[in-house]
Design a protein around this ligand. Structure first.
Ligand code: NIG
Ligand code: FE
Length: 410
């Protein structure tokens, strides 16, 4: 079955020679074809080029006149399996409490853990499915989803089974990340080493046994898990073949970046607190620095030095961090706008940061993240828009009109 998308005003994010990721100056390059066609076959990209070379005889034709076509966003950091929103804490924050203070008093992640424990797998699945559907219609085609609101063996497994069911039923490309070390349950306060033991000795073997995770995560930060805790968990995870993909340097220069690089994490995420040593340490590594603009916006945190990292030759990815506590939105169009407006990335850099580089950060850049022959046909057709820069410029407006995943309109 062949589908032809024709008369595309501009087809952006194509790659003739696909790269695993883009770094430094390469990030400013986003190849496009004006007045283009895109041919799909059996769920994959078969060919693309100028309309003057457009093939004939496709089974189905779709006109994209006046519209742009872009590769679907890849959102490499989310926590969309959760049972309840947390707007009361949001109000507490407006009144002056910090994220860390709320967490210390049993709010925050522990609040979500309580709600998760009470919810059934079915309820969690239905809620997560709705969120997934919503972000899919706003242009996201691949997504990483974490556990971490369980904090007990049964609840962590429940969350990961929900993610497995989402993988089975959604047309999106989904990766699961086991985040047993997200918060320290109240009963382990003062002896958190015992909780780390539980993660390593009880949770991890069951997670691995059921094949429920693609990655392993730790919230390595001040007030949460130490570098030593993180090393123990990552070492144990590697024995089960789980590559690290961790939370680092949100609250403090915590050593999270260094420990991530040391254990060859596929990404270190947040990075609001970065010194020169952290930037140096990422150079030459396989670890993708991932910035979460929605979290910094929602918590009024300092901005991660994304511009400085790119100027230093590093790659940068940007994801939504969709979760009820620090970023209650998975709108990647908004992340694209924030990348340009707040972090001074150009539209081309911002698009690379939210597509190819986030695909790398979830180990799927060989199959999604750009429009390339043989990759999954995952893209969206915009509403009629004047130019590529309009995508980040018109923040708050939904520019996505039609979504195709695996070559099929959803
Ligand atoms: O990425 N920083 C740690 N974890 C999440 C927040 C989780 C929550 O507050 O529910 C984050 O921001
Ligand atoms: Fe997170």
């Amino acid at each position: 079955m062949q589908t032809l998308i024709k008369d595309i005003k501009e087809l952006a994010g194509v790659e003739r020679t696909p790269q695993r990721r883009k770094q430094g100056k390469e990030m400013a390059v986003l190849e496009t074809v004006e007045d283009a066609y895109l041919l799909l076959e059996d769920g994959a990209v078969k060919a693309f080029g100028p309309m003057s070379e457009c093939p004939e005889g496709a089974d189905r034709e779709v006109s994209a006149k006046g519209r742009m076509v872009l590769p679907s966003f890849c959102d490499s950091h989310t926590h969309i399996v959760y049972a309840r929103s947390r707007e009361l804490e949001f109000v507490d924050k407006i009144r002056g409490l910090s994220y860390e203070e709320i967490a210390k008093h049993g709010g925050g992640i522990l609040n979500s853990a309580k709600a998760t424990a009470m919810a059934s797998e079915e309820e969690l699945y239905d809620m997560a499915w709705q969120r997934l559907d919503e972000v899919m219609r706003m242009g996201t085609g691949a997504i990483e989803i974490k556990s971490g609101y369980g904090l007990s063996t049964e609840s962590e497994l429940k969350m990961l089974r929900v993610i497995r069911r989402l993988k089975e039923h959604s047309p999106m490309t989904i990766k699961a990340n086991f985040l047993g070390a997200h918060g320290i349950p109240m009963e382990y306060r003062g002896h958190q080493k015992d909780y780390v033991d539980l993660v390593i000795n009880e949770m991890l073997p069951r997670v691995a046994d059921e094949g429920l995770a693609d990655f392993i995560d730790v919230f390595c930060d001040q007030g949460f898990f130490t570098v030593e805790d993180t090393e123990r968990i990552l070492t144990a995870g590697l024995k089960y073949g789980l590559r690290p993909k961790i939370h680092a340097n949100e609250m403090a220069v915590s050593g999270g970046v260094q420990v991530g690089v040391k254990y060859n994490a596929i990404s270190v995420d947040h990075l609001e607190q970065m010194g020169d040593a952290e930037i140096e340490c990422l150079k030459g590594s396989e670890t993708m620095p991932t910035v979460l603009p929605g979290c910094a916006f929602f918590l009024s945190l300092p901005l991660s030095p994304a511009r400085r990292m790119i100027d230093a030759g590093l790659p940068v990815a940007m994801a939504s961090d969709y979760n009820p506590g620090t970023s209650p939105s998975g709108n990647m169009q908004l992340i694209l706008s924030m990348a340009c407006i707040r972090y001074r990335l150009t539209p081309e850099e911002a698009l690379n940061a939210t597509t190819l580089n986030t695909a790398y950060a979830m180990d799927v850049s060989g199959e999604v993240g750009s429009i390339a022959v043989g990759k999954k046909a995952n893209f969206y057709i915009t509403k009629p828009i004047p130019s590529l820069a309009y995508m980040p410029y018109a923040y708050g407006e939904n520019k996505v009109e039609r979504v195709f995943l695996n070559g099929v309109e959803v």
